[in-house]
Design a protein. Sequence first.
Length: 104
Amino acid sequence: MTDDEIEVRVSDNPGAHRYEATVGDDLAGFAEYRLVGRRVVFTHTEIQPQFEGKGIGGRLAAAALDDVRARGLGVTPLCPFIAGYIERHPAYADLVTSGGAHNS
């Protein structure tokens, strides 16, 4: 099975203030955030060691950013992983609001 064939589910867990990526019944990673007005401030992304290097982080970032866009919100990527993802995928650059990709 290739990394692209791994079934990853990403969902918002508002109670925990994070988007979660699951593979089967396992939590593979998460992207923590704070909701500040109409902005989602991403603060930390973590992928569990056994899932690193399988593209799950990128799929988590894309799904989270797609959800933010669908909700009509902006993004402040304080988390270096999310900031880097946006830099590598400029289609998401329009979501970045005050705070920018490099400012805290």
